[in-house]
Every structure is written in C-alpha cells, then in structure tokens.
Design a protein around this ligand. Structure first.
Ligand SMILES: [Cu+2]
Length: 561
C-alpha cells in the first residue's frame, strides 16, 4: 500500500506568545480496481482501493491539506470519491458526487485536494451507483488542541452491511420493471470482517479463509479507549453493544458531545460516533455485536467482533450476547439527549423554511423514492459543471424546485390510504439558495407504499447543520415544536425516525453545488435526494484537471474558463 507523503508546507509563528503552529500537505495515491474478496467467507468481486477492503484510512491533523490522487482502473465503470463530513469550504470540486460533478472515467485520474479544518471522525466513500458497498474507509482528523476527554488508546470500527449479490445485480434490480428489492443483508461486518451465518450449509462459504472471521480489538485492563464507530452501511441502522461494557458518547460527526452513557447505541448510515469504553471487566474475551435496528429481519445477520483484554486467550467469548431490541421511543429519547459541548450562536430565526417530505412512489411503472413528489434524475450535465460553463439553462432534462409538499395530508397514512396518486414526477431537483441564508429544513417522514414506516438517514454535503428537534407525527407550521437553540449537535447526517419529523438548520456559507440525500444507498439510487445550488455566482472555477461530461465537450478544458 502506498504510504502517505507529508510535506511541511508552513511553519508559522502565531501571535506574541510564539505558539508554533504547523500544517502539512498529506498526499495519498490510490488506485480503484476490482478484487475478489470474501469478507464474510463468501467470495464476491467488488471495487476496492489499493487492493484493500475496507480501503485505506486517512489519518491527518486539523489544518492539514489532504491530496488524494485517484486513478480509476475499473475497466468498465466510472468512479468518484466523496469525503464524508468534510465541508469542502472553497473546494466544491473535491466533494466528489456523480450527481453534482463529472465522474472519473476508466483509465482516468483526478486529484482531490482539500483542507480538514475540524477534528473528528469522518470517512470517505464512492458516490457513484452502489460502489459505496465496498469502496469506503475511515478519515480521521486529529485535534491540535487537547480534547475534552482523555484516553489511553483508540480503535476505529467501520460498521457495514453486506450482500452476496453483485452491485451490478442490485442496481439493475432496483431500476427494473418488475422491481427487485435487494432484501436484507446476508451479513453485518465490523472492519470488513464477519462470518456468514449459513456458512456451514453454503458450499461457496469458506470459513477457514483468513479474509473473513471476527475483527479483534485489543484493550489493556483498567485503560480507557476511544471507539470511533462509523456507520458505513448501505441500508441497515446498526445497534452496537459491547458485552458487559457501557458506551459513553463524546463525539458525533466531529462535534464534541456532553458525555452520556448508554448500554447500546444506534448508528445510522452516514453517522459517526466516538464512545469511551473502559476496560473494567475481568481479563477475558467479550463480544462486540451489531444488529439490524428498525427493519423487519429474521435475526440471521449479526455483526460480531471480539474485545480482547491483554492476557486473555486467543479464543471466542464463552458467553453469548443477547440480541438488540427495537424500542423507538427509547431510541428517540436517546437521540434527543445528544447535546453539543459547544454553545454556538445558533441563528434564532431562519431566512427560509423548506419542508421536505420523503415518499415512495411510482414513475411510469418504476418504483422510486421522491422528495416533495420529485424523484431525482441525473441532468444532462451535473450542475457544478453546467453552472461553470453557463449551460444550465440549455439542459433539456426537466429541472424542478419544490420546497414544500405539493399536497398536505396525514403523513401517518400511505399515499393510497390518503386517496392520492402514487405517481411522482422525475426531474433534477435543483434548489437555489443565496449566500448567507439561514435555511431551516423540516424532514418529514411518511409510510412506504406497502405501509412500512421506515427510518431515513439524511446527509447534507458542504455544511454541518444544527439538529433542533426530533418529533413524532406530522409537522404543523401553526404549532411548531420547541427547538433546541442552546446546544444542538452540529452534524452532517441525522436520522429521520419512522412516523416522525426532524428539524435542522444550516447557514449557506459555502458557495457550491451540494447534495442532500437519504444515506440508504438504495433509496439514493431510486431518487431520494435534492441538490442545492448555493450562491451560483460565487462558485470558484473548476481546477484544470476537472473531468467533463454531458454538454461540456472535452476540448472545452476547464482552463479556458
Ligand atoms: Cu431513505
């Protein structure tokens, strides 16, 4: 694996106290290629970075510039990488989503360059099709200052769900008539490892392979560890527990949290949490377990890893660990108890409020997910490029801005039960916002067409947002809920709970084109997203090597702008 190269860019003396501050440029060279891997002991071909699954960890310090040179060695697929939780202030062309910019074609390369200005637990992943299923890894930004807690060591825990079907089979099924759902995952993985629960009856499963098994997290008795848990899954909200140990949450999405101790934690796709875990039990082996939260399942997909004390035998834990239990009220109460340690100046009012209702719909026979009845479709040219080259107005694909639900109904019903059409429109759902606006978004849930009440993890690119309220039922503008304007967590991904709504607020302080979408990979692929075109006239021009596509011809190199 290519090791990062650190170049000392600046050594600056700051202030009269001669505090030495430094920042480095850290360069990574990555190649995306296919590999046959068997993380749960069943082999499957998957795109990976530098031959590794999960991919390499980016480990940098606050203030550093990260440069990642990505070469696409996939023979027949584009790729594009996104740096989840990094706001990309002034560097929108490094955000990396196929919906907002052009992807890296086979044989091509692109250099992402961005600064990391906030310490925290982040991750990176592909933002093209279903590649995120295997193309992801951790991105850790270390603090220059002492943190508000002290630990003796740390572990990264990437929590993933895993299917045996190929990503191509999966997306073809989602976009077909008749619709083919991917179903529940065959396995849950921890740091890319697990064992398929039916391995003993599946002839394609090889449990003696060293590629699969249980990840081991070593601890020393009496010491305190920071567990950086990252929800890198495609569908499943994980409930995480460590046998005989409690989890004290201290960080989420880069925001320090007033410490709260829980016996287990819900981690949704796209969220990250740091937990302090004290090794205060007798020396031994203990199960770390993830289970599927809030989706009907047969209980066979369980994530397992081992917490092993120094001095314990290299063996499995002797006692079993009981499964997690869904308790929506308890989960929402716990989510509401997550408070930032920082009392930021949250804007008391917003410039505009958007109510974004997520629904499942049909579009000409295809099953889709929509926001305010618009199921997102790719434009002729992704908006970062069409905005830069002035071709946005020539785009032949429909562009619709729909800021509130077109029809207000009892959102605890299905569309059919409310007597409404199930047909959505399909368009590039582009929402224009101005520089400096404070945008409040009410994320409103409703039932799927089959009556299921599902959660959706909503992720915003380019900004963090304040999480002001989680509430049950239907948002009523005439009777709004009490908002936490004192110490709300400042996150990039938030859960929209079943039969509920979530209120967030963010400041439009980063000109660019930014996605907001459900981080269930399959819902995203089915159109559950909107695109913010923010301060269009202040977006910087594309760097010279930016890939072009759509209506932008290759000869119109970005250096001509
Ligand atoms: Cu969703």
């Amino acid at each position: 694996m290519t090791r990062p190269v650190a170049t000392w860019l600046t050594l600056a003396l700051i202030g009269f106290g001669a505090t030495l501050a430094s920042s480095a440029t850290v360069t990574y060279n990555w190649v995306v290629s296919y590999k046959f891997i068997k993380p749960d002991c069943v082999e499957k071909v998957s795109p990976v970075v530098n031959g590794a699954y999960p991919g390499p960890t980016i480990d940098v310090t606050e203030g550093d510039t990260v440069v990642v040179v990505v070469t696409n060695a996939l023979p027949t697929e584009n790729t594009i990488l996104h740096w989840h939780g990094i706001e990309q202030k002034g560097t929108p062309y490094s955000d990396g989503t196929a919906e907002t910019q052009c992807p890296i074609g086979p044989g091509q390369n692109y250099t992402y360059s961005f600064t990391v200005d906030r310490p925290g637990t982040y991750w990176w992943h592909s933002h093209d099709g279903l590649q995120k299923g295997s193309l992801y890894g951790a991105l850790i930004v270390r603090s220059k200052e002492p943190e508000p807690f002290s630990v003796d060591g740390e572990h990264i825990m990437l929590l993933n769900d895993w299917w045996h079907a190929s990503q191509i089979d999966q997306i073809a099924g989602l976009l077909s008539i008749p619709f083919r759902w991917v179903g529940n995952p065959q396995s849950l993985l921890i740091n890319g490892k697990g064992i398929f629960s039916n391995c003993n009856v599946d002839p394609t499963c090889n449990s003696s392979s060293t590629d699969c098994g249980y990840s081991v997290f070593q601890v020393e008795s009496g010491k305190v560890y920071r567990i950086r848990a990252i929800g890198s899954g495609s569908l499943v909200m994980m409930n995480l527990r460590i046998q005989n140990h409690v989890l004290t949450v201290v960080e989420t999405d880069g925001d320090y949290i007033v410490p709260k101790t829980f016996p287990s934690a819900d981690i949704n796709n796209g969220e990250s949490y740091s937990f302090l875990v004290k090794a205060d039990q007798p020396i031994g082996n203990y199960w770390i377990r993830t289970s599927i939260a809030y989706r009907t399942n047969d209980g066979s997909a369980i994530g397992r890893a081992i917490l092993r004390y120094v001095g314990a035998p290299a063996a499995l834990p002797r006692k079993s660990i009981s499964p997690g239990v869904d308790n929506l009220m308890q989960s929402m109460r716990r989510a509401r108890r997550i408070k930032s340690t920082t009392e930021r100046a949250v804007p008391r009012t917003s410039s505009r409020q958007f109510i974004l209702l997520g629904t499942q719909n049909f579009y000409r026979g295809y099953l889709r997910w929509s926001v305010n009845n618009i199921s997102n479709a790719a434009p002729d040219t992704p908006a970062l490029l069409s905005n830069a080259f002035g071709t946005l107005a020539q785009d032949r694909s429909p562009i619709i801005e729909q800021l509130t639900p077109p029809t207000v109904f009892d959102y605890n019903l299905t569309l059919q039960a409310a007597g409404l059409s199930t047909e959505a429109e399909r368009a590039y759902h582009l929402i224009k916002i101005d520089h400096g606006e404070v945008i409040e978004i009410v994320l409103q849930n409703t039932r799927a067409l089959n009556g299921a009440a599902e959660y959706h993890p909503w992720h915003l690119h380019g900004h963090n947002f304040w999480v002001l309220a989680y509430e049950r039922g239907t948002y009523d503008p005439m009777n709004p809920p009490k908002l936490n304007l004192k110490n709300p967590p400042f996150k990039n991904t938030v859960t929209l709970w079943p039969e509920s709504y979530t209120v967030i607020r963010f400041k439009a302080d980063n000109p660019g084109v930014w996605l907001m979408h459900c981080h269930i990979l399959f819902h995203l692929a089915m159109g559950m997203e909107v695109v913010f075109l923010e301060a269009a006239d202040q977006i910087p021009p594309p760097p010279p090597n930016t890939p072009v596509c759509g209506k932008i011809l290759p000869r119109e190199t970005c250096s001509n702008i």
